[in-house]
Design a protein around this ligand. Structure first.
Ligand SMILES: Cc1cc2nc3c(=O)[nH]c(=O)nc-3n(C[C@H](O)[C@H](O)[C@H](O)COP(=O)(O)O)c2cc1C
Length: 258
């Protein structure tokens, strides 16, 4: 590949925006992605590197309108029904076990390892798919909202033991122009030689920097309020926690005690 300049590299990452409204056909149904585009993004996904050669992930491509509608409702993300393409990206330790069994071998017991490597592989393949789609002019959205309806998604998509959704992913031609969203200042994120806790002043500055990510219309953003809704007591992550634990147990991926 021809080397790009640092400015070009920054510019191509600045072109990334999470987009949730897509160009559709006149009747509101998804605008199909050309077959060669779909082929290229799926190729990119499978070119992701993978630990121990195992490729511990599967994508469920959501094709039928009723399946799209079902996952849209279960995840509370309506754009799953209107995107050109929508996938549920899963960790999958089932296939590697079946490869071993088909070769007459036994499969070890490693449920914590399964989650560690399976999520890693799923994320790398999914992000490859998204960036490839962005190169083709699409934008997309990762959807952690799968955790809002995990049990229902396991049922709807017939996900067997060893397979667990990490997130969904929608792709389409953008029908909105979101602003470039901020990130936490680099000194709080990139550490040198050892971990360093940021000072309270640095943390307060990070909140100032991040506030615009929570802006809605004319309302100024309040990042702490948004974080509270997700991560504070009674927030959505506490609500999701028991459902994730139940799904890990159901899929044979629970490494903790009872
Ligand atoms: C794992 C993951 C899960 C996400 N889940 C959702 C979601 O359920 N619904 C949604 O609208 N956006 C979701 N997002 C998108 C984030 O809100 C978005 O990436 C973030 O606000 C930063 O914006 P940017 O990608 O435009 O820079 C998710 C992103 C990631 C990486």
């Amino acid at each position: 590949m021809t080397a790009r300049t640092p400015q070009e590299v920054r510019a191509s990452y600045d072109a990334h925006r999470t987009v949730r409204q897509y160009v559709t056909q006149a009747d509101g149904t998804p605008l199909p992605m050309p077959a060669d585009h779909l082929d290229a993004i799926l190729y990119a996904a499978q070119r992701a590197p993978t630990d121990a050669t195992a490729q511990l992930y599967s994508f469920i491509r959501l094709v039928r309108p009723e399946v799209r509608a079902g996952v849209a409702e279960l995840t509370t993300n309506a754009h799953i029904a209107t995107a050109s393409e929508a996938f549920v990206v899963c960790l999958d330790v089932r296939r590697v076990g079946r490869v071993l069994e088909a070769a007459g071998q036994e499969v070890g017991q490693w449920p914590a390892i399964a989650v560690h490597f399976g999520i890693g592989d799923a994320v790398m393949a999914g992000q490859n798919l998204l960036t490839a789609a962005e190169m083709l002019g699409y934008q997309g959205c990762w959807i952690g909202g799968v955790l809002n309806g995990l049990e229902g998604i396991l049922d709807l998509l017939d996900l067997p033991a060893g397979v667990l959704p990490f997130a969904a992913l929608t792709l389409g031609l953008p029908a909105e122009e979101p602003p470039l969203r901020p990130r936490v200042p680099r000194p709080l994120v990139v550490h040198e030689d050892r971990y360093r806790d940021g000072s309270e002043e640095e943390l307060r500055h990070a909140v100032e920097v991040m506030n615009p990510i929570a802006a809605r219309g004319d309302k100024p953003g309040d990042w702490v309020r948004l974080l509270r809704a997700y991560w504070a007591p009674g927030g959505s992550m506490e609500k999701r926690e028991p459902h994730l634990v139940a799904a890990l147990k159901r899929q044979g991926l629970w490494a903790g005690g009872e």
